[in-house]
Design a protein around this ligand. Structure first.
Ligand code: C5P
Ligand code: MG
Length: 129
């Protein structure tokens, strides 16, 4: 078996789209700062574009940080049916205490608008819902 996946991070794609400073940039940044999930159509389009850019067909993808909710899941399948074949979903669990420790360490260098204690609480609340 071949384990040669192209890594597509939904969060990275959203940050890149925000940094292009187009029409959706402020909206994306606000959702991130508030720890909320960006409307799925935006995220799914970015994933689809990244797959198209990579040449689609003969590739395998690891879509990281996705789906985050039912809207993500449904939008993915409506956009991708006939284009791709989902083989596996991987779900990791980790305590909020460890996540907080790791993210606050990452915050020292990440420059991310959501790597701070206040946004973290909102992100955990979003995850729990
Ligand atoms: O996965 P990552 O930690 O990079 O996600 C950072 C933020 O990007 C999330 O808290 C959320 O605001 C946004 N995001 C999203 N939908 C996804 C992935 C990330 O809205 N599927
Ligand atoms: Mg990530």
């Amino acid at each position: 078996k071949e384990f040669n996946f192209m890594h597509l991070s939904a969060g990275d794609l959203l940050r890149a789209e925000r940094d292009r400073e187009g029409a959706q940039a402020n909206m994306i940044n606000n959702f991130m700062k508030e720890g909320k999930i960006v409307p799925a159509s935006v995220t799914v389009n970015l994933i689809k574009q990244a797959m198209e850019k990579a040449g689609w067909a003969d590739r395998k993808y690891l879509v990281d940080g996705f789906p985050r909710n039912a809207e993500n899941y449904e939008a993915f399948f409506s956009a991708m049916t006939g284009h791709c074949n989902v083989k596996r979903a991987i779900h990791f669990t980790c305590s909020e205490a460890i996540l907080t420790e790791r993210i606050l360490e990452r915050a020292k260098t990440s420059g991310r608008v959501d790597d701070n204690e206040e946004t973290l609480k909102l992100r955990f609340a979003t995850y729990r819902n």
